[in-house]
Structure formats: C-alpha cells, structure tokens
Design a protein around this ligand. Structure first.
Ligand code: SF4
Ligand code: MG
Length: 332
C-alpha cells in the first residue's frame, strides 16, 4: 500500500484536513524466476508506483516485500545495495536514465564495480553480448546520443544485468521506442528471462502486448488489483468488467508492432481521482454491470473455475448468499 500526502496551499492548508492520494491499496503479487508477469492498467492506475515500491525506491505505507520468503525491511544504504543487487529496475525512458556525458563503457564499468564485479574488457563484452549489442567495440565508446532508442534501452538492460539480479522490474520499457523496434526489445527480455532464469515484471498499459509477451497478467484499476491469471486466460476470457473493457479497446493483436501506443482513454471513461476514490469497487461509476453492493463494499478476490489461478475481484463472481447478505447488511 502506498499513500502520498497532498499538500494543500494557502487558505486550504488551514481549513482542510490533510488529504492523501491512494496510489496503491492492498496490492499483492508474486514474481517467480523464469516467468514474465505483466501488470496492466491505464495511466494513473498505480502500476509504476508498484514497481517503485518493489524496487524499494519509495518507502511503503503498509505491507511487506519478501524475497524467498524473507521479509525485507530496507533502511540503511547497505541493505538497499544488497536488495538492489537482487532486484533491478529498467525505466521507460532510456535517454533520461543514462547520463549523457558518459560513454557506454563508463555506465557498465560503474555498474559492475558497484556490485563488486570485475569490470575488465571481457566482462563488458559479455554484458553487451547478453543484450545483443555486438561486437562490443562498436558500442563501448559511444555516448547515449550516438545510439538509437532501442540501443539505449539495451544498454540500460545491460547495466541492470551487471548486478546479476534475480528480478527485473521493467516499467513500460518499450513505450517510448519506435514501433518498429519494440518487439525486438520485448523478445530480448523474454530471451533473458529464459537464459538467466529471471523473474520479470512487465508494466504496460497495453494488454495486447501482455498477451504476447507475459506468462501471467495482472490488471490494476485505480490503485487496486482487479484480475489475474495466466495471460492467455485473462486476455481471451477476461472476467472483470474493467479487463473486458481494456481487451475490447485494445489495438488489434495482429498489429503487434503497435504495442504500447499511448492511447489511454479510447473507451471514453475517465480514471477516478485517487484523492477521494469511489467507495466499494472503484470501477462502479463506470461499470455497465454495477449493482447496489458494488458501491458499498470492496469486492474480494474470487477464484474462478475456468482456469487454474484465474481470479477476479468483482461482486459478479462472489457467492450469491454473500452478495445478498452484504447488500442487506449495508441497507440496514
Ligand atoms: Fe462492476 Fe460491481 Fe464487478 Fe465492480 S464489483 S466490476 S462495479 S460488477
Ligand atoms: Mg507509469
């Protein structure tokens, strides 16, 4: 869970109670080695915040992050370094995440040294080989602006791999890249997952790319997780009305080269304010199936029977008795 305080200005600061943005509420997920997990949602759904929480770049408001079952309470710099060695993050804009005044050699050497690794020529070559930038001599002495967007993102990935991590958190890793090179970078990530047995979290607003690229797909709406399961099931037979809307408005999967186009509001709906999020199911103001209980109570995860591991947090799937009982309770 992550809540950000909102600072009121001027008179409002004196008269209004302090407010918070409910960016992420009660999100639970498990990453496994050798598996790509997609976290899908529109802008402002909290998916990038989840990645930053998992990278421990933000302190969390509540909850826990466990590595191999061991709770991680990262406070000091040393503990953070040990955690970052195992869990690395790749950002959306490789241009912003690489320092323009330094060469590829500098970036990779520094990353290897930070993680106590040998930074000789062979190690640099091996790192670039892992991201298919070969021969290394072609790239090592280039500055970020001398590389294409795809090459820059590959350098960022190589830098993350310098730590020999177990998990990669990739926040919209291809959405800033030219359409023609997106698939190449996604294929590289999938390849690395297999060869290095990595756990990959793939954050995207494009559910079509999740189907293509991820083993498991999780869907977020307004700071909460609403559906999850294997990618095939979630994208082919979505259960939650919000996922259904995402799938309907997704670009044609045949046009895979267009993965990740910035087109968030195609369905015409507006994501709600997370300062005062809607009560109950946060999707209820937009949901074509909303019932009275939906605005009253937060739906819990319900295991669905169509495929193992498929679940949705939606009152449509809750036990009938429970639904009636809860409606009656709130009506009293
Ligand atoms: Fe729609 Fe209700 Fe399900 Fe929310 S809980 S998605 S409002 S039917
Ligand atoms: Mg984002």
């Amino acid at each position: 869970t992550k809540h950000f305080p909102v600072r009121a200005r001027g008179r409002a600061a004196l008269t209004r109670a302090p407010r918070v943005v409910h960016a992420v509420d009660d999100v639970t997920l498990t990453l496994r080695r050798g598996r790509v997990t997609a976290l899908v949602g529109e802008s402002g759904s909290g998916k990038s915040t989840v990645a930053r929480l998992l990278a421990q770049l933000y302190p969390r408001t509540g909850g826990d992050i466990r590595l191999d079952g061991t709770s991680t309470a990262v406070k000091g710099g040393r503990a953070f370094k040990a955690y970052a060695k195992r869990v690395q993050m790749i950002f959306q804009d490789p241009f912003a995440s690489l320092n323009p005044v330094h060469t590829v050699r500098y970036h990779l050497t520094r990353a290897l040294k930070i993680h106590g690794k040998n930074a000789d020529g062979a190690s640099l070559e091996e790192l670039l080989g892992r991201v298919q930038l070969t021969p290394a001599e072609l790239y090592l002495d280039k500055y970020p602006h001398e590389l294409s967007g795809g090459q820059r993102q590959r350098v960022s990935i190589a830098r993350a791999l310098a730590a020999d991590p177990e998990a990669l958190l990739a926040d919209e890793p291809v959405s800033m890249l030219d359409v023609s090179i997106r698939l190449g970078v996604l294929n590289l990530l999938r390849d690395l997952k297999e060869r290095l047995d990595l756990a990959v979290l793939y954050i995207t607003h494009d559910i079509a790319s999740a189907r293509y690229f991820a083993d498991e797909t999780l869907v977020m709406y307004a700071g909460r997780m609403v559906e999850g399961g294997d990618s095939e099931t979630v994208t082919q037979s979505p259960a939650h009305p919000y996922t259904q809307l995402l799938v309907e408005s997704a670009p044609n999967p045949e046009r895979l080269s267009a993965v990740g186009d910035e087109d968030d509001d195609e369905d015409g709906g507006e994501p709600p304010s997370l300062i005062e999020p809607p009560s109950g199911c946060r999707f209820h103001p937009r949901c074509p199936h909303a019932m009275p209980v939906c605005g009253e109570r937060v739906p819990e995860r319900v295991e669905l029977t169509d495929a193992p591991g498929h679940w949705a947090a939606c009152w449509l799937y809750a036990e009938k008795t429970e639904k009636t009982e809860k409606t009656e309770k709130t009506a009293q």
